[in-house]
Unconditional design. Structure first.
Length: 405
C-alpha cells in the first residue's frame, strides 16, 4: 500500500485534506467514501521517518487533557472517527503530536484498533490511557472513557501544581542559605581573616573553624561535587531496577512528613484510577494489573496492590484483600467494604479519592508549615555564626585599641 495526500468534501460541503493509505486512487476513493467523504484530488505522499510514530518528546499534560476532551466531545456529537482525528490534528500546536495523530489514522485505515494505534506512541499515551481507550472501544462508551480520562489527568496536573507552588518558598530559602554561605564563607571571611592575622589578632575558635572549612571546600570542592553527582547518578540507576525501586519507595514512606504525603497521594491515585477503570467496564483482573504497573507513583504500594489481587484470587472479598496486606488504612478498607455491600463500588472509590485528595493537600501544607520554621532557624543559625566569626575578632581589636589609649 502507498500513502496518498488527498483533498475531499465532507457531508457539509467543507473541504477536508489529509493523508491516507490505499492501494490506488480507486481504493482511496472507496476508503474515503466509508468516512462520508468525496474525493476531489490526490497525489503520492512522502513516507515519514521511522522515528516519527514514536514521538521523541513526552506530550504536555495540558495539551493531552484538551485533546481528550475535544476527542470525547466530537465523538459524542456523532462525527466519524477519522473526521474527529482530522479536526483535532488541525488545532494541535505540537508537531510531534500531529505526526502521531497522522500515524494513528494510517494505522486505523490498515484495520487496527484505536488502542493499538495509540500504543505505538508510548511517549504520548500512557498505559492507563491505552487501557481505558481499549475498554471504551470494546464496550461502546469511548466518549465517556475519554472524558473520564481527561478529568483524571486534569486532577493529577492540579495536584502537581499545588505541590510545586507549595515548594517555591522552601526552595527559595534553601537557595538563599546556599548563596549566603557561598559568598561569606568562600570570599568575605577569608579576606577578613587574612586582614586580622596581618594585624596580629588571635582568631577565636569559631572563626578558625570556618576558615579551615572554607579552605577545605576550596581545595576539595570540585571532588566533592563530582562525588555527589556520581552518587546521585548511581542512586537513580539503582532506583530504576525493580528491587531498587521497591527499597527506595519503602524508605520514602518512612520519611517524616514526606512519607505521609507520598502515602496519601498513592491512596488518592488508587481510588481515582480504580473508579474510572471500573466505570469503563474493565475487569477486576485488568484493573489490578494496570494499578500495579507504575500508576501509584510508589513501587512498594504497587506491590501491595498486587498482593491484594492474590488475596482476591484466593476467594477473599475486595475489602478483605486490601485489609490482609496491612498496607492500607482502615478508613479505605471500610469504604471499599461499604461499596461492595451497597453495590456502589465506583461511587465508594470516587468518594474515597476525593477524601484523600484533600488529605494529600493538607499533608503537603503541613509539611511546608513544618519546614518553614526549620529553615528559618537554620538561616538564623548560619547568619549568627557568620556574624560571630567576624564580630568576635573585631571586638578583640577594638578592645586592644581601647586599652592602648
Amino acid at each position: 500500500m502507498a500513502r496518498h495526500r488527498y483533498k475531499a468534501i465532507d457531508q457539509h460541503g467543507r473541504i477536508r485534506s489529509g493523508i491516507a493509505i490505499a492501494l490506488d486512487q480507486a481504493d482511496l476513493e472507496k476508503r474515503l467514501g466509508h468516512q462520508g467523504l468525496v474525493l476531489v484530488s490526490s497525489r503520492p505522499a512522502a513516507t515519514p521517518r521511522k522515528s516519527a510514530p514514536l514521538g521523541r518528546r513526552k506530550a504536555d499534560a495540558r495539551l493531552l487533557i484538551e485533546f481528550y476532551r475535544r476527542f470525547s466531545q466530537t465523538l459524542d456529537m456523532g462525527l466519524p472517527l477519522f473526521t474527529v482525528l482530522d479536526e483535532n490534528s488541525r488545532i494541535i500546536p505540537s508537531a510531534d503530536f500531529r505526526n502521531a495523530l497522522e500515524e494513528i489514522k494510517n494505522s486505523l485505515e490498515e484495520g487496527g484498533s484505536l488502542a493499538q494505534a495509540m500504543g505505538r506512541h508510548p511517549k504520548i499515551f500512557g498505559k492507563l490511557d491505552l487501557a481505558l481507550v481499549r475498554m471504551g472501544e470494546q464496550t461502546g462508551v469511548l466518549p465517556q472513557a475519554l472524558e473520564d480520562l481527561a478529568r483524571f489527568l486534569e486532577w493529577k496536573e492540579e495536584n502537581r501544581s499545588v505541590i510545586r507552588r507549595a515548594l517555591i518558598y522552601p526552595c527559595f530559602l534553601l537557595l538563599a542559605i546556599g548563596a549566603v554561605i557561598g559568598v561569606w564563607v568562600g570570599y568575605v571571611l577569608p579576606q577578613v581573616g587574612k586582614l586580622l592575622m596581618e594585624l596580629g589578632v588571635e582568631l577565636p575558635a569559631v572563626t578558625k573553624a570556618i576558615l579551615v572549612s572554607s579552605a577545605f571546600l576550596k581545595q576539595y570542592g570540585p571532588v566533592l561535587i563530582l562525588s555527589a553527582l556520581l552518587a546521585a547518578f548511581l542512586l537513580v540507576v539503582l532506583a530504576k531496577t525493580k528491587k531498587g525501586a521497591w527499597i527506595a519507595s519503602m524508605l520514602q514512606l518512612r520519611l517524616p512528613l514526606v512519607g505521609e504525603v507520598v502515602r496519601a497521594t498513592a491512596y488518592s491515585r488508587l481510588c481515582h484510577n480504580f473508579a474510572i477503570m471500573h466505570r469503563a467496564g474493565m475487569p477486576v483482573s485488568k484493573i489490578f494489573t494496570t494499578l500495579s504497573d507504575h500508576l501509584l507513583g510508589n513501587a512498594y504500594m504497587e506491590s501491595k496492590v498486587g498482593q491484594a489481587y492474590q488475596e482476591l484470587q484466593l476467594g477473599q472479598s475486595l475489602a478483605e484483600s486490601f485489609q490482609n496486606t496491612g498496607a492500607f488504612p482502615s478508613l479505605l478498607v471500610e469504604g471499599i467494604r461499604h461499596g461492595e455491600i451497597t453495590g456502589k463500588l465506583e461511587d465508594a472509590f470516587r468518594r474515597m479519592g476525593a477524601f484523600y485528595d484533600t488529605e494529600a493537600k493538607r499533608k503537603v501544607q503541613a509539611m511546608i508549615n513544618a519546614f518553614e520554621p526549620i529553615l528559618i532557624l537554620v538561616m538564623g543559625g548560619v547568619f549568627g555564626l557568620i556574624v560571630l566569626s567576624i564580630l568576635l575578632p573585631l571586638y578583640d581589636v577594638l578592645s586592644g585599641y581601647t586599652q592602648a589609649y
